[in-house]
Design a protein around this ligand. Structure first.
Ligand code: 5GP
Length: 126
C-alpha cells in the first residue's frame, strides 16, 4: 500500500512554522527539537524536512543527500545532548515508532533520542 502523507500532522505544522518548537538543531534537510512530553531527562525528536511518514518510507525514496543529512543530524544531536558513550556520555536510545504496531502517534518520520537515565529494558514482553 503506498504511503499517503497527511500535511496537517503536527510536525508538518512545526516545519511550516505554524506552531513553535524548542529547536536543538536545524540542517538543510533535518530538524531536531525537544519532545513536548519528555519520557526521559533528555528527549529530542529528529525529523526530516521532507514528507515521509515512516522510517521505511524514508529509506525507500529519500535521496542520498537527505539520508546522509538525517543520519548525521542524529549524530550531532547525540553530541549536543552529551550522550555519546565514546565521549563519556551516559548513552542513549534511538527509537522510531512506525505504524499501528509501533504505536506511532505523529505520521511524519521521527527518531526519538532518549537519554539522561538508565532507560530499562527495550520493550515489555507482554
Ligand atoms: P510517536 O508516538 O509518534 O513515536 O511520538 C510522537 C511524539 O511527539 C511524542 O513523544 C509526543 O510527546 C511528541 N509530540 C506530540 N506533539 C508535539 C508537539 O506539538 N511538539 C513537540 N515538540 N512534540 C510533540
Amino acid at each position: 500500500m503506498p504511503y499517503n502523507y497527511d500535511d496537517q500532522n503536527i510536525f508538518a505544522k512545526i516545519l511550516r512554522g505554524e506552531i513553535p518548537c524548542n529547536k536543538v538543531l536545524e540542517t538543510e534537510h533535518s530538524l531536531a527539537f525537544h519532545d513536548i512530553n519528555p519520557a526521559a531527562p533528555k528527549h529530542v525528536l529528529v525529523i526530516p524536512k521532507g514528507s515521509y511518514v515512516t522510517y521505511d518510507h524514508f529509506a525507500q525514496i529519500a535521496s542520498s543527500e537527505e539520508i546522509t543529512d538525517f543520519v548525521r543530524a542524529i549524530g550531532k544531536v547525540c553530541k549536543i545532548l552529551e550522550v555519546e558513550p565514546s565521549q563519556g556520555g551516559g548513552g542513549f536510545r534511538a527509537i522510531s515508532n512506525s505504524g499501528e504496531a509501533g504505536l506511532q502517534e505523529v505520521p511524519h518520520l521521527h527518531v526519538h533520542i532518549l537519554g539522561g537515565r538508565n532507560l530499562g529494558p527495550m520493550i515489555s514482553k507482554s
